[in-house]
Write a protein that binds this ligand. Sequence first.
Ligand SMILES: [Zn+2]
Length: 238
Amino acid sequence: MNRTQFSKIINAINSILLPRVCFGCNAHLLDAEHLLCTVCRHDLPVTGHNFLKENEVDQTFYGRIRIKKAASLLYFSPTGTVKNLLHHLKYKNQELIGEFLGDWFGKTLKRQGHLKAVDYVIPVPLHPKKLKKRGYNQVDAFGKSMAKHLKAQFLGDALYKTANTRTQTKKDRLFRWKSSQNLYEPNPDYSLSGKKVLLVDDVITTGATIEACAKALSTVKAIEIYVATMAFVPKLGS
Ligand SMILES: [Zn+2]
């Protein structure tokens, strides 16, 4: 058994053994409740973004990279339920959270009907070493659920990460920023030219990761890039 298979089994056992408590307030969940209690779910800071009107995620990328349109489902804050959800999704093997958020956002976008006929949903990839360690890409379940609702194909390996960011932490900021711009490459096995793709990620903070991925994708001829993420960190004062 390799390490990835082992991690998958541990994840499955964890999700069975963990008690059904709310990720927001730790209250025991009712049978009809899923991951969050009704109160916490109702209190989640939903952005209300859609794919018609310009929003703060679009503004984050102005003058940086050509993205057709972007949107996030929730606002992220340093404390609170959204942070807790994303932490468990990323570090505690709770992949179901990604599925839950993708299902929610996918349904919402489908109902709004502004984002039309996406060909592919593409997640921000992890470096292979990190993927092996974590056992899963925390964005995959979200992307798969979104793809299902948007009737698009999920391509988990259409982008790949060529260097591990962690090895660069000691280098100076400018150097790190420059090298972060060349961390991703499109997979030559896929023909993305002329396609409409939805790039997905967990949270947008500075936008550097999405910028680097979109830059890599935009080397493909006539590609149209859209962005959807689980959460967005609002700028101070907004
Ligand atoms: Zn709760």
